[in-house]
Design a protein around this ligand. Sequence first.
Ligand code: ADP
Length: 471
Amino acid sequence: MFSKPESKFSRSLAFRLTLWYAVLFVATLCLAFTIIYFLLSLEFSERTDRALERQIDHFTAMLAIKDLESVKEAALIETQAAGEKDVFIRLLLPSGEAFLTSSMSHWRDLDVNTKSIRRLLEGDLTVKETVTLQNPGRDVRIIYAFIGPGIIMQYGQSVAGNKRFLAALVRIFAAAMAGLLVVAVVIGWLLSRRALAGVAAVTHTARSISSESLRERVIVAKGHGDEIDQLAAAFNTMLDRIEDLVTGMREMSDNIAHDLRSPITRIRGLAEVTLTTDAAPTDYETLAGDTIEECDRLLDMINTMLLISKTEAGVGQMQLEVLDLAAIVSEACALFSPMAEDRQIILTGHTPQPLMFTGDLKMMQRMIANLLDNAIKYTNTGGQVRVSADKMNDANQICVIVQDTGHGISPADLPLIFKRFYRCDQSRSLPGTGLGLSLARAVARVHGGEILVSSTPGEGSTFKIVIPSPG
Ligand code: ADP
């Protein structure tokens, strides 16, 4: 058997908020009414008791100054004046036997309570009780008290009026409650709809987003800064990031397709020439050598791309050990000095002191090699490349500076040179993949550092790697 799915409406947050609001509203009102009802009925019964006690005092005082006959007469007048329907009086002997009874036509079932008489005889000053009459079905509050030696007064006062008042109050409250409940539901619904309107906007935007419409954003109301606005702002920030990532990925796949096409086309051209040309064996050897060279370039490119991805993947990919940055820089200078000599470039290294830090040796060597390779590659014959490693002013950082007197980088190109496959126009004639700086930056960042660059076209460039070296 399948259970019937809950309707979309009853699952909505607005519905549940309204329900909660209405339930809390009703519960609060009911509680307030119960307290009021309880306090009122307490006040009514206290008032009745005080009135009964006043009557006892009145007849006690009367008996003290007048004879019994006068009291009897006054008692009968009192019941007639107050209404025989509302009041009755009996005068009793300590045995409980009545020697005066006002009209009891409305109090037929009401007898003398011997237990109350006994309590009086045992010493209680007054005894009060509430009796519910079956017929005609109303409550009466009764007091028993001695008003003189051997004379007990039983005074009964109907409390039907109080009961009627309280019952009417309950009816009014119930009617008002029904009306207020409708108002509460409407107000609750409007409030929750209004409060959740921002969420609906976020949902609408999220639904309408596809890889083509990543530019859509939720409109954030100015000036409020409430939770919904914060949600919308966070959602927009997330969309910015996703858009950057998707754009980055798109650019990368375009670049990969573009940059791999050239070497593959060249390899294909070489193979075609080999097939179609009737050449001497030495020419075939040259063609095969060129093919291998192109393949190596291609492999190098693919390997570098993989290495960048691996490096960007984070610290988990690193083989950490304590290293001396000064030693790494010196070794790199030694490695690149033949290349610099070949190009008649003066390469100088300056590493005054050991600079210890924790990092991945191979990654660091590759990063510094990339910068040195670029500096020599993009500097003309007779130029200079200066490399130095030192502590920064902030003692917790060390740095490597690679400075050249090469052709420099234009301000328009500067923000782009760290992008994958990006090559400035004037560099395209020189060998390169456009991946060296991307890898260098990934290595610096995975070590918690950064690469900074400044350049003046025609004068040269300065690359600065800053790396944390705690302690
Ligand atoms: P590649 O050197 O393989 O082209 P890189 O990522 O190392 O790729 O560098 C990207 C681009 O930045 C280079 O093509 C070049 O135009 C520019 N560039 C990098 N280093 C220097 C430098 N020292 N002097 C001038 N231009 C540079």
